[in-house]
Ligand binder design. Sequence first.
Ligand SMILES: Cc1ncc(COP(=O)(O)O)c(C=O)c1O
Length: 546
Amino acid sequence: MLEPAEPPSPVGNHVYFLDRALDGMTTTLTELGDELVVIRPDLPDANTPYGLVTHCLGVLDYWAGHVIAGRVVRRDRAAEFRARGTVADLIARIDAARLRLRVDLSDIDTSASPRNLPDPEFLGPDRALDQGGVLLHILEELAQHRGQLEVLRDVLLAAAPRGDRSPFDPSLPWLAAKRGVKWRRPGPDQLPAWVADMDFPVAPPIRSAIIGAVDRGDLGYPDWPAPHPLATPFADRMRQRFDWNADPEHVRGLTDVIQGLQIVLDLTTEPGDAVVLQEPNYRPFRLAVPTMRRQAVQLHVVPHADSWRLDLDRLEADLETQPARVLLLVNPHNPTGRVLRRDELQALADIAERHDLLVVSDEIHADLVYRPAVHVPFASLGEHVAARTVTLTSATKAFNIAGLRTAVAHIGPDWLRERWDAEPPDIHGATGVLGVEATLAAWRDGDEWLAGVVDHLQRNRDRLVDGLSRIDGVDVRTPQAGYLAWVDCSGARPGVDVATLLQQQAQLYTSPGPDYGGAPDWVRLNFATSATLVEDMTRRMARALR
Ligand SMILES: Cc1ncc(COP(=O)(O)O)c(C=O)c1O
């Protein structure tokens, strides 16, 4: 394949911004899809999106190739606007044009006259330009047409029958207008694939529950005598979905799962005590242990066949030299998406028994497990196991309501519930009205929506794994749950900070491997978005890692 070097600055800067315009067009085209891309919207003198982008490729070819580089390009400008085809074929031509542009500019002399004069029939600047001026003209054309393309998109999407748009196919303007951290922090030019939020509209039962509370003016103090209003709904759900007889009296409310872990560590360990936790792991857990001045004993999650396994032999050996008090288990696991089988959980329970470990089991991804994997709650292994286990979970991952800050702890050990209940009553805060209403609605009426999400995510997962496996040097093991993929790019860019590379060269905002205890040439990708954007992610990765 053609691999020309980047032209030097300031030409390199121009190429950078031309690439950004082409990125924006690629995203807009994928968002439109094959059907809409060849439709002329109901606007005066409008072109089809396909025609407009083909015209941009003509501009690049003619002005950079013919005028700057002196390569002879014969152009049929009118035919550009009539062109038709599929989105995939147009994007392939955009990618080829990026490479061609680099070749055409490899010999540019910005202050010299153009190597060919433009045909006066083609509208361009009305004054003589040197090669640098021609390059600016190309940039002006692409910026202008990118804007036009977005107008075409908005009009076409607004006119498309609403029913055609699945809730799992959100539009880019809708996503970009979000105020949450996922879309806000990376900035408008980046495609976010990082923090574990999903890109879909709220499930209808949750929406109704929240609107209902607001319309009733019910945002005052709630009437919630103990037990917590989520206690029985939680226990019912565990019985129905996972065949676990959780005890409603053991349930306490929390604002979030990470809070649950910190309270347990505070109540059961002292600074200097050791805590076992998987490595790699969810970043806030990795940080909580040193922040609370506890020592981490790593339970290594290692590659095994086409998935991952826990290195339990090494853990047992490590516990001999560094006895621990607590084992924090994340199952299903973040970032690998591994779901532990019953026999693996039992082996872990045996270790907990031998070393007298309190187990804190984070099962927040349990509702997002893909068949044939099955979630087994740790505490469901038996009464002895339940008596040393705190289960932490919430509806926030599966139903995408993390902003509502509501979770539950099921506290198996009697002595720990006593300590928990002896804390000053307000020291840990309290769950809010809307979070509880939303969680109740999710658990009571949300399973149809959830089944649709799981189906969609599974298809996205397969699409992503398939796309990534076609990139030389990139390796990913299929997650069995959740919407996060733990991706090894060390074969493509050994030792490189791949998250930064993807941000800078592909405008793809991923989570860096080191945040999870991984190497810099690993990233975590979030695929809870539209199929279109998952394909866009794969394309961006392929381009940056090529
Ligand atoms: C394994 C795991 N636990 C906990 C959380 C966060 O939960 P919370 O927001 O309730 O602290 C996440 C979020 O991604 C997670 O992946």
